[in-house]
Design a protein around this ligand. Structure first.
Ligand code: ADP
Ligand code: MG
Length: 237
């Protein structure tokens, strides 16, 4: 589904951290929000998922204006760096939890969880508790739980930050595969330009609460619009 962030402004007290941000994310696209720490990436994701109220602007999911819609009434899937799995529940219970609160039938839940487990390759882990899983396996479970309700948008905030180098490489391509197989619109927040380049269709570079360039990965690298972008992409003039 197309996601439109239109003239978004966010303030905390007297400090404006996002100023008049407009970002039009195409249906089925995976877009990277890339920028240095503190530039406002997470704040933007929190506004899209409804944790933060917007102080100005509009948010559209398709034709639906969700600007003032509560977090529960938006259909978003989130995987955050520290978005922990429920430790006392096994993998099946973790993934099925979002359907249980919607009171779906046991047969429907079983079928959907099985389909999702197959997609993220964790079919043989259903009885395990999170503590008995590797970091990569936990991230697969988190993805399955985020996708189980077929959300309008998948929001990923530094999903690979807690993984070691080898797992990070593996999960880069796995997240991209899962995004492409489901065709879901996704926003990936990262401060790692290689991650953004290798995983996403387009990159929006942020600095100090504003988008300074929006391009394809190769254009961002080869034709940076400013010294800031060039430096950040690791290709200074
Ligand atoms: P990023 O995810 O790009 O590292 P954030 O979106 O977390 O950056 O933060 C952007 C700015 O907003 C930072 O200066 C941060 O200190 C500030 N900020 C974030 N959340 C809050 C909050 N709840 N209250 C006050 N300031 C905040
Ligand atoms: Mg952040």
């Amino acid at each position: 589904m197309r996601i439109l962030i239109d003239n978004f402004t966010k303030t905390f007290g007297t400090t404006t951290v996002i100023r008049d941000m407009t970002l039009d994310i195409e249906s089925g696209e995976m877009l990277a929000l890339l920028g240095p720490s503190g530039c406002g990436k997470s704040t933007t994701l929190f506004a899209v998922c409804g944790i933060h109220r917007m102080n100005g602007g509009r948010l559209l999911f398709g034709d639906r204006d969700v600007t003032t819609v509560s977090s529960q009434d938006r259909n978003v899937g989130v995987v955050f760096q520290n978005y922990a799995l429920y430790p006392h529940m096994n993998v099946f219970e973790n993934i099925s939890f979002p359907l249980k609160i919607r009171k779906e039938s046991k047969a429907d839940i079983d079928a959907k969880v099985r389909e999702m487990a197959k997609l993220v390759h964790i079919e043989d882990l259903m009885e395990r508790k999170p503590a008995q899983l590797s970091g990569g396996q936990q991230q697969r479970v988190a993805l399955a739980r985020a996708l189980i309700r077929k959300p309008d948008v998948l929001l990923l905030d530094e999903p690979l930050a807690n993984l070691d180098a080898k797992l990070r490489l593996e999960m880069r391509s796995e997240i991209r595969r899962i995004q492409q197989e489901t065709g879901i619109t996704a926003i990936l927040v990262t401060h790692d330009q290689v991650e953004a380049m290798s995983m996403c269709d387009r990159i929006a570079i942020m600095n100090k609460g504003q988008i300074v360039q929006l391009s394809s990965p190769s254009e961002m690298y080869n034709e940076p619009a400013s010294a800031f972008v060039a430096g950040f992409m690791g290709n200074p003039p």
